[in-house]
Write a protein that binds this ligand. Structure first.
Ligand SMILES: O=C(O)CCC(=O)C(=O)O
Ligand SMILES: [Fe+2]
Length: 484
């Protein structure tokens, strides 16, 4: 990770104080043990006026589960689709205090207009905004809280947001200080931040990686949207279709209301505390890539999880005593005894179970032919170990060979899936995002999926296994996860 000081420094914190949210609860941590309620610094770059902080589990599990469920079912979701009809993710838009501004990214516009469930949605968002900001910045009143939020719903790990900056005119982030505060609910996902070059492309050797888990809050402050881009990776193929759903809420301050908005000429109140202390020893600091920060990193596909996060790979290290190149997450879990998240272990076990079942059937001639034609029709690799689990399950279903223990799980998950899908669809407008090749290309490209899709062709109906996790979280499927 190479963050060098900027040659043309931005205004210093002393010349132009910035009320950093990361410093409200006292000095943030710089790579040390984080105290309860304390923020961990992810980026501290005084030369660019870029600051990012992370709060682990700001909301407890009971709250995250409640809000996840309410937002999943009551937010007016817009389903964003790519050119090939694939769902990129769903989004929703919330504004406070009489604002009627729409939100645009690329050429898709999310309206703030009325919907059936809007009043319930607004009530939940008001409550959630109060919960988060009275914890983060207890000394500030509601008039200082953000006046809008963009929500994203990722049904599973195949859905993501490409490299982009939240530099829309509405928030003024392209040229002035702009704070964005994001809350994660549901499944863990990886979030990368990098300095950007003149053409908005991330500079590869400046990527800072982190995990965002259920209840976590991340702030990006100062001129982050001017100098950096961020990216929510897709999960490794083997795991993507099984990863639990995630909702992300990013609060922002609209500082340039649209012409038609009644608040166009109203002054905007943003936090204005005189907090500029930091405890930082240096003017530039990024959270270390762990483990092996000192070791040589190479951009490769991880040899364990096979994740190709961006441009066919990601930062990997050769951990002592092993020949293979591993990504940050696998290096941690393989070599340093650090456990994966329980949900991920469940996914890995399920994948192993599915792969071994498919492999066992493959050894029988009749099934072997069926698998060959299925993998060919679905453009999959023949080796089941290299196939996404949902395809394995689809095939097992198609040959009626779902193991007994998974049968129970499947039936329950299907019932739950139908119910959730019905509720979700009631609140979801279909929107096709047409991908243009103009000035908006950068943003569009950054918000869309990478050009290549790994799986094409006709597929049998598929079970969205991500819903298993919704079920598992509510306890109804707990017993389904015992594997023989
Ligand atoms: O889901 C996330 O964590 C990132 C969302 C994001 O970057 C955005 O909405 O602009
Ligand atoms: Fe963003």
């Amino acid at each position: 990770m190479v963050w060098k000081e900027c040659e043309l420094p931005e205004a210093s914190l002393y010349d132009c104080p910035l009320p950093l949210l990361g410093c409200f609860g006292g000095p943030p941590s710089f790579g040390h043990q984080v105290e309860v309620g304390q923020a961990e610094t992810i980026i501290w770059d005084e030369s660019r006026r870029c600051f990012a902080f992370h709060w682990r589990s700001l909301l407890d599990q009971a709250s995250t589960e409640t809000y996840f469920h309410k937002l999943q079912t009551l937010a007016p979701w817009d389903q964003l689709k790519g050119r090939k009809g694939q769902i990129l993710r769903s989004t929703s838009w919330y504004v406070r205090d009489g604002c009627t501004c729409d939100y645009t990214y690329g050429d898709a516009r999310v309206s703030s207009s009325q919907t059936k469930s809007r009043s319930q949605f607004v009530r939940i968002m008001e409550e959630l905004t109060a919960t988060v900001f009275s914890t983060l910045t207890p000394s500030l009143g509601p008039e200082c809280w953000p006046n809008s939020a963009n929500l994203n719903y990722y049904a599973d790990g195949t859905q993501s947001v490409g490299w982009h900056a939240d530099d829309e005119t509405l928030f003024g982030g392209e040229s002035q200080d702009c704070s964005i505060i994001s809350l994660s609910l549901g499944g863990r996902r990886e979030f990368w931040i990098a300095l950007k070059d003149e053409s908005m492309e991330p500079i590869q050797d400046t990527i800072v990686e982190m995990d965002l888990r259920d209840g976590d809050v991340l702030s990006m402050e100062g001129l982050m949207q001017k100098h950096t881009v961020h990216f929510l990776t897709r999960e490794p193929v083997q795991r993507a279709g099984l990863s639990p759903p995630r909702i992300n809420i990013t609060w922002r301050w609209i500082v340039n209301h649209r012409r038609a908005c009644a608040l166009r000429h109203c002054p905007v109140t943003t936090p204005s505390a005189k907090i500029i202390t930091s405890g930082a020893n240096s003017k530039i600091w990024t959270r270390p890539w762990w483990p092996g920060e000192a070791g040589t990193k190479e951009w490769r596909r991880c040899m364990s999880c096979r994740h190709n996060g961006w441009k066919g790979g990601r930062n990997c290290v050769q951990v002592e005593g092993r020949v293979s190149w591993l990504c940050r997450r696998c290096a941690k879990s393989h070599c340093c005894g650090q456990k994966l998240d329980p949900e991920e272990e469940m996914v890995d076990q399920l994948q192993l179970r599915l792969v071994s079942k498919v492999k066992a059937l493959q050894r029988q001639e009749a099934f072997s032919k069926s698998w060959d034609s299925f993998s060919k029709a679905s453009n999959l690799l023949k080796d089941p170990g290299r196939c996404p689990p949902r395809f394995l399950l689809s095939w097992l279903e198609s040959v009626e060979e779902v193991p007994d223990d998974l049968q129970v799980l499947l039936q329950k998950a299907k019932a739950q899936l139908e119910e959730t899908t019905k509720q979700l669809e009631q609140n979801t407008k279909q929107r096709l995002v047409v991908q243009g090749e103009d000035r908006t290309l950068m943003k569009r490209k950054h918000h869309g999926l990478p050009k290549k899709q790994s799986h094409k062709g006709a597929l049998p109906p598929m079970l969205s296994i991500s819903k298993l996790y919704t079920a598992a979280r509510t306890g109804s499927l707990t017993h389904g996860y015992h594997f023989s």
